[in-house]
Design a protein around this ligand. Sequence first.
Ligand SMILES: NC(=O)C1=CN([C@@H]2O[C@H](COP(=O)(O)OP(=O)(O)OC[C@H]3O[C@@H](n4cnc5c(N)ncnc54)[C@H](O)[C@@H]3O)[C@@H](O)[C@H]2O)C=CC1
Ligand SMILES: Cc1cc2nc3c(=O)[nH]c(=O)nc-3n(C[C@H](O)[C@H](O)[C@H](O)COP(=O)(O)O)c2cc1C
Length: 181
Amino acid sequence: MARHRNTADEPEAGPWPAVPQQSYRDAMSRVGAAVNVVTTDGPGGRAGFTASAVCSVTDTPPTLLVCLNRGSSVSAAFAGNGVLCVNTLAAEHQPLSALFGGRTPMDERFAAADWTEATTGAPVLVGAVASFDCRVVRTAEVGTHAVLFCEVVGLTQGTVHEGLIYFGRRYHKVHAEQASA
Ligand SMILES: NC(=O)C1=CN([C@@H]2O[C@H](COP(=O)(O)OP(=O)(O)OC[C@H]3O[C@@H](n4cnc5c(N)ncnc54)[C@H](O)[C@@H]3O)[C@@H](O)[C@H]2O)C=CC1
Ligand SMILES: Cc1cc2nc3c(=O)[nH]c(=O)nc-3n(C[C@H](O)[C@H](O)[C@H](O)COP(=O)(O)O)c2cc1C
């Protein structure tokens, strides 16, 4: 019979050995993902970070999840604002991904690109492949991370043809024949 945990809230102590953290990361490095800069603004302050742990949960209502390390410097701002914008990066944004990937002061991160303001007040990256303006409707704490369930309340679809994928600890450009493809 398959062994599994019931829910993240009710972990069972399994008989199987723990997977070493480095082995898990090495395996995950082989899972390609889109690169996003997730932004927020409001009473908790303006903040943004690079995220590959983003995925679509359901289209009814349109909902994304974003996994945010609770130990990161941006964590308090996201908790305080309750809104965010997922900006999916285009190929030209590779340097921006590095800037928003940590250890850079927030003003320097935002100074490196052009932004508009979403309905929620979160910064929208000009030239993103797509931007998803969201309100956070639920948060689950799992290990080191907060899983933010985000209802999409607004969309911006870009016209760029080159997307950005993170795979094998490196960035790769991907080309779509048509922006809407
Ligand atoms: N989900 C996350 O929190 C992610 C964090 N990162 C962070 O960015 C930096 C560079 O990452 P890489 O160059 O890809 O090398 P890496 O060896 O640190 O990570 C390889 C892969 O493991 C996963 N991973 C790494 N740290 C994780 C974490 N704390 N929680 C959940 N999954 C994690 C990601 O899928 C990542 O692409 C590291 O500091 C890493 O922790 C990168 C990707 C995802
Ligand atoms: C390609 C890439 C993907 C990342 N994905 C995530 C992610 O999904 N979740 C996360 O919490 N951190 C992720 N990080 C790390 C955060 O971007 C980083 O910790 C964040 O900028 C906060 O850093 P700070 O504490 O120095 O401000 C990623 C970093 C890179 C370079």
